[in-house]
Design a protein around this ligand. Structure first.
Ligand SMILES: Cc1cc2nc3c(=O)[nH]c(=O)nc-3n(C[C@H](O)[C@H](O)[C@H](O)COP(=O)(O)O)c2cc1C
Length: 243
């Protein structure tokens, strides 16, 4: 079992890294493999909304000059994702926000793989940054992994975070909960527990059914939204093959 961790901080060994390190050590104690990708030092462009990833069902972003596609590739074999970011102006840092937008839009997300976010800050804005990052998981069928308190540490750098005993306890607890969830999923799989049925994705934009009137064929109703199903079908297939 493997967890992919993303450090969205511009500081390779800063406060966010210190929190992630606590998680990595604890995951490894639980026998879970880990891989860390440093994202925050790169200039990560935002999603241009070109839609190529979906129109052509690429499964990746057309921009390949930053770690987005690397992470999509790594998630093929990873069982879970943890993302960390410093708080910048009460939200997640700019580069990690761009990274997460493109990671999830291009890949379609990683359904049924547990996800968690952690943040570091000097003083305030941690809960809104955490909420921002949790949304990527929540809208992509990814179970959120909890801890004993909110997933945040306080400090301007790694040394200050070292003094945040409660924050580090929250990180270790998160890691053990992640390991427990991964082992539970594995046990469920072995016991023959199937994934929940997929009823397809209905998109309405509140005012109308986007797919309505696009042909008389009943089965074509959601045809144009095939990319939205890709990731679910893929993970469902892998699930069956594992058995
Ligand atoms: C552009 C910028 C904006 C920041 N905004 C906040 C903020 O809103 N609240 C806060 O508590 N700290 C803020 N900070 C401080 C960082 O969140 C804090 O130093 C963080 O722990 C650094 O993590 P790192 O070493 O992983 O980069 C900001 C720092 C920068 C560079």
């Amino acid at each position: 079992m493997k967890v992919l961790l993303i450090n969205g901080s511009p500081h390779r060994s800063g406060a966010t890294f210190r929190a992630l390190k606590e998680i990595i050590i604890e995951l490894q104690k639980e026998g879970i493999e880990t891989e860390l990708i440093q994202v925050g030092m790169h200039s990560v462009r935002g999603c241009k909304g070109c839609g190529s990833c979906r129109t052509h069902e690429l499964g990746k972003c057309i921009y390949g000059d930053d770690p987005v596609n690397v992470a999509i590739g790594r998630m093929e074999s990873a069982d879970a994702l943890i993302v960390g970011s410093p708080v910048h102006y009460g939200g997640a840092a700019g580069d990690i926000t761009s990274f997460m937008d493109r990671l999830f839009y291009a890949s379609g997300g990683f359904p049924y793989k547990p996800g968690a976010a952690i943040v570091s800050c000097r003083r305030g804005g941690a809960t809104s940054a955490l909420e921002q990052l949790n949304k990527y998981f929540m809208m992509n069928n990814m179970p959120l992994v909890p801890s004993a308190y909110w997933n945040m540490v306080h400090g301007n750098n790694a040394e200050e975070v070292e003094q945040d005993a409660e924050g580090l306890m929250v990180m270790r607890t998160l890691a053990r909960n992640m390991a427990w969830m991964l082992k539970s999923i594995e046990a469920g799989k072995k016991a023959g527990l199937a994934l929940p049925p997929n009823e397809g994705h209905i998109r309405t934009n509140f005012v109308r059914d986007l797919a309505a009137g696009q042909g008389d064929d009943k089965d074509s109703k959601y045809k144009n939204f095939a990319p939205y199903f890709t990731s679910y079908n893929k993970v469902n297939k892998e699930y069956q093959e594992d058995e």
